[in-house]
Design a binder for this molecule. Structure first.
Ligand code: GLC
Length: 569
């Protein structure tokens, strides 16, 4: 089977309409979240890996972007089988990233600049090198045995479970020490934690308190939908593969755990919370985030980001999906808005057009989309420069455990390796993880050493330093559009209405709040496209082209990938 991860690991279908109620204002609804992949952001000591001191050296850059919060991917002690998503000590800093003093300095530096820090909480699984697992695997009577899921071999082979990153896609690994199998939905070095065990849950809440006491401002719950499982591990009916999330996610006690976590930790601090994924149905998404349920703050649904496929995507579908999610959350609950993250290839390659002619324009257009939709925007580092996919030719250039193990799997099972490598050029997560392109010096100014993952050769011209100097760069446009969002509550809370729905090239919508109205026009195509408006246009607030074209009459012609935001009188 093709890697379900690459095919869109966590894609979620939609369901029923949900109830009414006014959207209350909340600080976390007004944040603009910027995501930092620390391994690739900035290396301060020449070991080829980004680190906390590297981020510290770029705090003024972060401030200059105008973003208000940063979600940092895991920075905890880890053997790095999955780049930090395999944690061996939740209270220690990954040695390659620095020390706890570095972390404290980073948090202080962020807070001094009014930037919040959202941490990644990876607790569906730990590393197999975590002390809990070492104890757990040591004997069947260990007090830590039930921190993980074990299946004694005398019961025979456990019912099949798919593993996303395993080289055989088998989530059960036989462990001779106790003649038992352990469960790992991700790599063999990421054993799943047993959330049924109240002691384990307390450990996690204590870890959360430890970081909340330090002053972190939020938690992003990694792969959390998988945390609750039917631990009888029944056989699943044929065809489960087609409905991966239905079988793997949103287990029987997930909501109980989230409520407990909210009561014991989240409610006691000023922190925001978001989990990866939003369930199987719209009802699930609401059950995770509706305020009165006291579970999470906002949904992070994958249906939008999953629209882009290697063969392209259809704007009508894109509009439909984002319009549907907005409508479902118009009165209740809150969404995250994003088109990329560290598990995706680059935004401009997937959703825009990364040829030199259209790269910056299409990237700016997509940025305009993210910053003008209702929901909290999550923007991935490097996208503000319009960084593109690197498109590696050989498997040796890849570092991602998911991609490398998929290659091994297909090699063993007679897969079409040529096709896989072609697909990876578009879909591999490593495309989104190449080092940040700071300037045109060696290794793009990311490191003085050997970078852990190759730098995209286009850094010579595509880099932050060059873009700083150019008032029309993607970077400077990003700053403008972030400022526009922050200065206009209408873009945060305003009612969204789709206009010119059938237009095959243009995505147009209005946002409206307390008498203020804006019209957003986005040309998703590489040719001129037009729309007819009945709105009385006021000031042009933002435009991704350096020259403005006058509108005469009610027909508006947009140039390739043009984005405009108008005030409506
Ligand atoms: C999530 C993370 C991904 C990681 C996986 C296992 O999907 O976003 O990067 O590999 O969980 O922790």
């Amino acid at each position: 089977m093709k890697s379900l991860f690459m095919a869109g690991l966590l894609c979620f279908a939609a369901g029923a309409v949900y109830a009414q109620k006014s959207n209350n204002t909340e600080w976390w609804k007004e944040e603009v979240v910027y995501q930092i992949y620390p391994r690739s952001f900035k290396d301060s000591d020449g070991d080829g890996l980004g680190d906390l001191k590297g981020i510290i050296s770029k705090l003024d850059y972060l401030k200059s972007l105008g973003i208000t919060a940063v979600w940092i991917n895991p920075y905890f002690a880890s053997p790095n089988d999955d780049n930090g998503y395999d944690i061996s000590d939740y209270r220690a800093i990954m040695k390659e990233f620095g020390t706890m003093e570095d972390f404290d300095a980073l948090l202080k530096g962020m807070h001094e600049r009014n930037i919040k820090l959202v941490m990644d909480l990876v607790v569906n699984h730990s590393s197999d090198e975590h002390e809990w697992f070492k104890q757990s695997r040591s004997s069947r009577t260990s007090p830590y045995r039930d921190y993980y899921h074990w299946w004694p071999a005398e019961k025979g082979k456990p019912p099949y479970r798919y593993s996303l990153f395993d080289v055989n896609h088998d989530a059960w690994k036989y462990d001779a020490i106790t003649d038992s199998y352990y469960l790992h939905y991700f790599s063999v070095k990421q054993p799943d934690l047993n959330w049924e065990n109240p002691r384990l849950r307390q450990e996690v809440y204590d870890i959360m308190k430890f970081w909340a006491e330090k002053g972190v401002d939020g938690f992003r719950l990694d792969a959390f939908q998988f945390a609750s499982k039917d631990i009888a591990f029944p056989e699943w009916p044929k065809g489960w593969e087609k409905d991966f999330v239905k079988y793997y996610a949103m287990g029987p006690h997930l909501h109980d755990y989230l409520k407990e976590m909210h009561e014991q930790v989240v409610s006691k601090y000023r922190v925001m919370s978001v989990a990866e994924g939003a369930g199987n149905t719209m009802q699930d998404a609401h059950n995770l985030v509706d305020a009165e349920r006291k579970e999470l703050n906002m949904a992070y649904a994958f249906e939008g980001v999953d629209i882009a496929k290697p063969e392209g995507y259809d704007l009508a579908h894109f509009k439909k999906v984002f319009t549907k999610w907005d409508a479902e959350f118009a009165e209740k609950g809150w969404l995250s808005i994003f088109l990329a993250n560290h598990d995706q290839a680059r935004m401009v390659t997937r959703f825009g057009n990364d040829t030199p002619e259209f790269r910056d324009l299409s990237s700016k257009m997509l940025t305009t989309f993210i910053m003008t939709m209702r929901g909290t925007p999550y923007y991935y580092n490097g996208d503000e420069l319009a960084m593109t996919n690197i498109r590696f030719e050989t498997i040796d250039d890849y570092r991602d455990v998911a991609g490398r193990n998929e290659y091994e799997y297909q090699k063993k099972n007679g897969g079409d390796l040529k096709k896989l490598l072609e697909d990876m050029k578009l879909g591999s997560r490593d495309n989104g993880r190449t080092p940040f392109q700071w300037d045109d010096t060696k290794n793009a100014g990311f490191t003085t050493g050997e970078p852990w993952l190759k730098v995209n050769p286009n850094y010579k011209t595509l880099n932050a330093a060059a873009q700083e100097k150019d008032p029309n760069s993607a970077l400077n446009y990003f700053r403008k559009v972030v400022a526009l969002r922050k200065n206009n509550k209408v873009l945060v809370y305003g009612k969204y209405s789709l206009v010119d729905e059938q237009n095959p090239e243009i995505y147009a919508y209005t946002r409206e709040l307390e008498g203020k109205k804006m019209l957003i026009l986005l040309n998703f195509s590489q040719k001129n496209a037009s729309t007819v408006t009945d709105k009385k246009l006021g000031k042009l607030l933002i435009n991704n082209y350096p020259t403005v074209q006058k509108v005469s009459g009610n027909k508006i012609v947009l140039r390739p990938y043009e984005a405009r935001v108008y005030e409506v009188k």
